[in-house]
Design a protein around this ligand. Structure first.
Ligand code: GUN
Ligand code: ZN
Length: 437
């Protein structure tokens, strides 16, 4: 049994950091050690202490002076949209009809799906992301491809075949029954296989008929431990069309509520234009609002009011995500940089510890997987990102005037991207340096 001993500056969160002086919210070791065995972290702390627990043959890797954090978690992305990123000039519904749905038709071809799944997981890992909650296309083959690639890499990923049976081209439509049958087969084949998690994935209320939403409800009831992911309240035209299609609903959230789709494992992408009633309903059910800043800015959808949602009497559980390919970057650092600006436009600031909490423990809690990932606690899976705040000439210059850990994190968030990611461990395996690219 081989083990690996990592050395570096380790940072892991215990809870939401109220301020940059809230030191008991995180654990930071200036000379830290992590002992990895069988894909898990078995010891963490000061290097001198952890080294004593390592066996003779442990492989030692010295990452000093870099930072070691839990791998980043992306709570919402579309793997079939790698060739949709950077499509110019449309708002949500036009963007879907003009670029996204035609692109997703290509995933009928299993080989295409496998190629893009491989490139997608390479790309997210290169950017320091070790877990993603992914939408596949409507085609069962696309989910097969994603899970096969994910399983081969031993990644903890959450994914599902999109369910969509109306208001889209023929090549990306299923039926209420085939969506149920295909989801059922995928759950049987993949959920719980290694580190794979299946998410029931009705795309959104516009593309799922009432019969299909009933099928999604049935799947959730039959598999209460599974995630459910969909889109909610992203843009005004989408909301208006949804209410036209569901005239009896009190509001957009009520459509999903009616079909029993709210709950602690329900992930709602965007949630920008919620009424107080809708926010209360999400809060009461423990549902998660997923903040996708680069996408919301790119498509001009609106400004997610992070601090209001967090501070309201009935707070929302919040995750952060890229929403590739509406989102414009695979990097969670770039995502939180844009997130910071969105929150600033709402008159608030997120401190750097809060941002890095969100990317790690915060997203793990929101996805209900914090027992496995999102911290460097012993017992956790060994998903780790190694960050270099001197990765580029501009960063090297700026860091000359940086004096605190908070400032270093903020520099990483503001100027960092894949170049700042020196290494990524997936279940204890060095995955970034392993890549051909
Ligand atoms: N709403 C329904 N489908 C999508 C999608 O693929 N991307 C975004 N941003 N919103 C959606
Ligand atoms: Zn999305």
């Amino acid at each position: 049994m081989t083990s690996t001993l990592l050395r570096g500056r380790t940072l892991s969160f215990l809870r939401w950091p109220e301020t940059v002086d809230d030191h008991s919210a995180w654990r930071y070791e200036d000379d830290g050690g992590l002992l990895l065995r069988d894909g898990r972290i078995v010891a963490a702390g000061a290097y001198a202490d952890v080294e004593k627990k390592a066996d003779e043959g442990a492989k030692k890797i010295d990452h000093r002076p870099h930072l070691l954090l839990p791998g980043f978690i992306d709570a919402h992305a579309h793997f079939p949209q790698m060739q949709v990123i950077a499509s110019h000039g449309a708002e949500l519904l036009d963007w879907l009809n003009t670029y996204t749905f035609p692109e997703e038709t290509k995933f009928q071809n299993a080989q295409h799906g496998r190629r893009i799944a491989r490139l997608f997981l390479d790309e997210v890992v290169r950017h320091g992301t070790t877990t993603v909650a992914a939408y596949c296309s409507v085609h069962r083959e696309s989910a097969e491809a994603f899970f096969a690639e994910s399983h081969d890499r031993n990644m903890l990923n959450i994914a599902g075949k999109v369910m969509m049976d109306r208001n889209a081209p023929e090549g990306v439509l299923d039926t209420a029954q085939s969506a149920y049958d295909d989801s059922k087969a995928l759950i049987a084949d993949w959920h719980g296989k290694g580190r794979q998690h299946y998410a029931i994935t009705p795309r959104f209320a516009i593309t799922s008929s009432p019969e299909q939403l009933e099928m999604a409800d049935a799947l959730c009831r039959e598999h209460p431990d599974l995630h459910m992911q969909t889109h909610l309240s992203e843009n005004h035209a989408e909301i208006a069309f949804t209410l036209q299609l569901h005239p009896k609903a009190r509001d957009y959230t009520d459509v999903y509520e009616h079909y029993g789709l709210l709950g602690r494992k329900s992930l709602f992408g965007h949630c920008i234009h919620l009424s107080e009633r809708e926010a209360d309903a999400l809060s009461d059910s423990g549902s998660v609002a997923v903040f996708c800043p680069t996408s919301n800015l790119f498509l001009g959808s609106g400004l997610f009011d992070y601090q209001r949602y967090r501070r309201r009497e009935k707070p929302l559980r919040i995750a952060a995500a890229t929403d590739v390919g509406g989102g414009t970057n695979y990097s969670m650092l770039r995502t939180m940089d844009e997130g910071y600006k969105v929150i600033a436009l709402n008159g608030e600031k997120l401190n750097p510890f809060q941002s890095f909490w969100q990317l790690t423990r915060g997203n793990a809690e929101a996805l209900s997987v914090v027992e496995k990932i999102g911290t460097l606690d012993p017992g956790s899976d060994a998903d780790i990102v190694v960050l270099d705040a001197r990765a580029t000439p501009a960063m090297r210059l700026r860091i000359e005037t940086v004096g605190t850990l908070a400032e270093e994190l903020f520099l990483l968030q503001t100027l960092g991207d894949d170049r700042a990611v020196r290494e990524v461990y997936v279940a204890g395996r060095a995955a970034k340096s392993d890549m051909a690219v």
